[in-house]
Write a protein that binds this ligand. Structure first.
Ligand code: SAM
Length: 250
């Protein structure tokens, strides 16, 4: 029988949460820690600020907690459509005393942000926007723009492709870099998750049809931000797999 969100939250013991977080960190690749540290470090606010932060497509909540670690007076709101992953996030945040509101929402739905206050200081996301197509990303950037207060910051780290002219050389170089992700690590996380739940949750993760994956170039991400009204757009990092962009609402 498929469990509801509250049944999952009750089922996840402290040991389960620790074990799942560790498996998730491994699955997300060694570079994720660096990305999260950069996210928190790059925010242009004093560390005693009471920031309102939105962790978009939070999964187990790594992004929000990395910001909270530097800004412990902040409120970290979390949105994700997956009840299992957000239950890990809720369990860990509750245990660690992170002030948070949680929303189970599907960002393919136009009204996903109903009920969220439109004055966030920070919206941040990692490894999730590539689950959408370019048209939906454009709409989501407009939504994020609407959710930020003027001066608010939007940060994200996502896969990016290379311009055609440089693609072959970049791909050749990338093939010699350590791989960020592995199928075995993904399977380790989900095998343990399925054991805890008692059913195959991967069947409920949603279709990967019409997703961008590595289909957006760095300039494509930048253009989508400009189209939504963002200014002061910067690329803070680019490696073999991903690009990290930071921008602000004027
Ligand atoms: C690779 S995980 C990254 C999670 C988290 N940002 C992190 O860095 O650990 C992608 C997340 O996007 C969420 N997601 C994918 N499509 C979504 C949608 N349509 N609406 C809401 N969340 C979505 C998934 O449930 C998953 O938690």
């Amino acid at each position: 029988m498929i469990l509801t969100q509250s049944q999952i939250e009750k089922k996840l013991s402290n040991e389960n949460l620790d074990e799942l977080l560790e498996l998730w960190q491994t699955e997300q690749g060694a570079a994720k820690r660096r990305d999260l540290e950069l996210m928190a470090a790059t925010l242009p606010f004093p560390v005693d600020a009471r920031l309102r932060v939105l962790d978009l497509c939070c999964g187990p909540g790594d992004v929000g907690r990395s910001i909270w670690a530097r800004y412990p007076h902040s409120q970290i709101d979390c949105v994700d459509r997956d009840v299992f992953l957000i239950s890990i996030c809720i369990g860990v945040n509750r245990r660690e005393g992170v002030s948070a509101q949680n929303f189970v929402r599907d960002l393919w739905n136009a009204g996903w942000h109903n009920g969220l206050r439109p004055d966030y200081d920070v919206v941040a996301t990692a490894n999730a926007l590539h689950w959408f197509d370019a048209h939906r990303v454009a709409d989501l950037f407009t939504d994020v723009f609407g959710l930020l207060r003027p001066g608010g910051v939007f940060l994200f780290v996502e896969p990016a492709c290379t311009q055609k002219m440089f693609a072959d050389g970049f791909a050749e170089w990338k093939s010699r870099q350590p791989a960020r992700y592995s199928r075995e690590n993904w399977e380790r996380f989900w095998t343990r998750a399925n054991e805890i739940l008692g059913y195959d949750h991967t069947k409920l993760l949603g279709s990967r049809d019409s997703h961008l994956d590595e289909g957006m170039s760095v300039s494509g991400w930048g253009q989508a931000l400009r189209n939504a009204g963002f200014e002061c757009i910067d690329v803070l990092l680019r490696d073999a797999d991903e690009v990290f962009l930071a921008t602000a609402k004027p």
